[in-house]
Design a protein around this ligand. Structure first.
Ligand SMILES: NC(=O)c1ccc[n+]([C@@H]2O[C@H](COP(=O)([O-])OP(=O)(O)OC[C@H]3O[C@@H](n4cnc5c(N)ncnc54)[C@H](O)[C@@H]3O)[C@@H](O)[C@H]2O)c1
Length: 349
């Protein structure tokens, strides 16, 4: 069995990642602060809906618990059994749009205290670009009392997988890695190359952090465009899906389809992370507008429903509405990060 790896944060990303590493023959110490999650995982239970080669995640989890290859724990001292540490604790964004780095920084602080000479710290969480240099690396230096880049390696490689396909995509997607030093980047590349058959692209820390949020915000803008096209199509009495299908027959056009909004951790938060990384004197009006259009998508859908019911002589507030699918997207049971201004909370005028 190869050396142990710690995976810090056992959520939608961390747990399937830990299982992929176990499948590769690594011993994995999985660390989380949620006692309920740890109790469930230790009993072989998980709500995360993933599978690999037809085997559900819970069954993979039970196999690796039984073999001792996976150890879920809240005990940070156990992270010292690992020489590589992969962090997947996220940065939630509050209702006011402000990212909250405290859970991630708490994890960094705890890790720093158990870090050893020669270890690798690989951050996979999506960050406010610049956090590696401004917050994470200084905090690791302070809590470990060692010199990052000399005594231990630090690198950043954002996670790109999509929920529902995570275990397949960990094995196949390209990864962009930024090291604190070229040697740190190479060390992270060596680890990631045991996980993915895709290419591992080496760059600097800041470019690696920005690449992830730019990928996500590109999707936010493209989805906003789809929502705007829906309005245009409606005005012209044209079927928006047919319109988009036909436009996409052009070789250089690739429109997305409109939906009920944008859910998940990644796409809605990208704007907040980018905005938090920029001074107020450098606004990003295109991104701001796209975010607003997407945030308001559920409200527009509810208003449309109200109009259509009215045309049938019915009132929305007296109707029972079935919403088919509460997950943040198809194939996901993640309802926490479904479009924020939900239809359920919508109040008609
Ligand atoms: N979910 C996705 O589809 C997806 C895709 C790509 C990237 N990402 C990114 O991956 C990261 C993780 O996302 P997620 O969906 O797995 O989040 P999640 O909320 O499901 O999991 C985070 C886990 O971290 C744990 N945690 C919180 N504070 C901790 C601490 N101090 N120490 C140890 N554990 C702690 C939580 O209990 C939770 O289990 C985020 O940065 C997200 O943006 C997510």
């Amino acid at each position: 069995m190869r050396e142990a790896i710690s995976v810090i944060g056992l959520g939608y990303i961390g747990l399937p990642l830990a299982m992929c590493l176990c499948e590769q023959g690594h011993r994995v110490i999985g660390i989380d602060v949620d006692p309920v999650k740890l109790r469930d995982l230790s009993a072989g239970r998980t709500q995360v809906m993933e599978s690999y080669e037809g085997e559900p995640l819970a069954s993979i989890l039970q196999r690796h618990l039984a073999s001792g290859r996976f150890v879920p724990t809240g005990d940070w001292a156990m992270a010292a059994e690992a020489s590589s540490h992969i962090i997947t604790v996220g940065i939630p964004v509050h209702e006011n749009g402000v990212p909250d780095p405290l859970p991630l920084l708490a994890a960094i602080r705890s890790l720093g205290a158990v870090l050893r000479q020669g270890d690798l710290v690989l951050v996979r969480s999506t960050l406010v670009p610049g956090m590696m240099e401004q917050d994470i690396i200084p905090l690791l230096a302070e809590t470990s009392r060692m010199v990052p880049g000399t005594d231990f390696a630090v690198a950043y490689a954002a996670e790109r997988v999509a929920e529902g396909r995570a275990m397949y995509e960990f094995r196949t997607l390209d990864v962009v890695v930024g090291g604190l030093t070229p040697a740190c980047g190479e060390r992270a590349k060596a680890l990631l190359s045991t996980l993915t058959d895709g290419q591992v692209h080496l760059t600097d820390l800041r470019t690696a952090q920005l690449t992830k949020v730019i990928e996500n915000v590109q999707r936010d803008v493209n989805i906003a465009l789809a929502h705007q096209i829906k309005e245009i199509a409606e005005h012209h009495g044209v079927d928006v899906y047919e319109l988009i299908r036909l436009a996409n027959t052009h070789p250089r056009v690739r429109l997305l389809e409109p939906g009920l909004g944008v859910g998940g951790y990644c796409i809605p938060n990208a704007y907040a992370y980018i905005a938090a990384s920029l001074p107020k004197t450098r606004p990003v009006p295109l991104l701001t507008l796209a975010r607003r259009i997407n945030e308001e998508a559920p409200i527009r859908a509810a208003a449309q429903l109200e109009r259509q019911l009215a045309a049938l002589g019915k009132r929305l507030r007296e109707s029972t509405v079935a919403i088919l699918g509460l997950g943040m997207k198809d194939g996901s049971n993640d309802t926490d990060s479904a479009p924020r201004r939900s239809l359920v909370n919508w109040k008609s005028e």
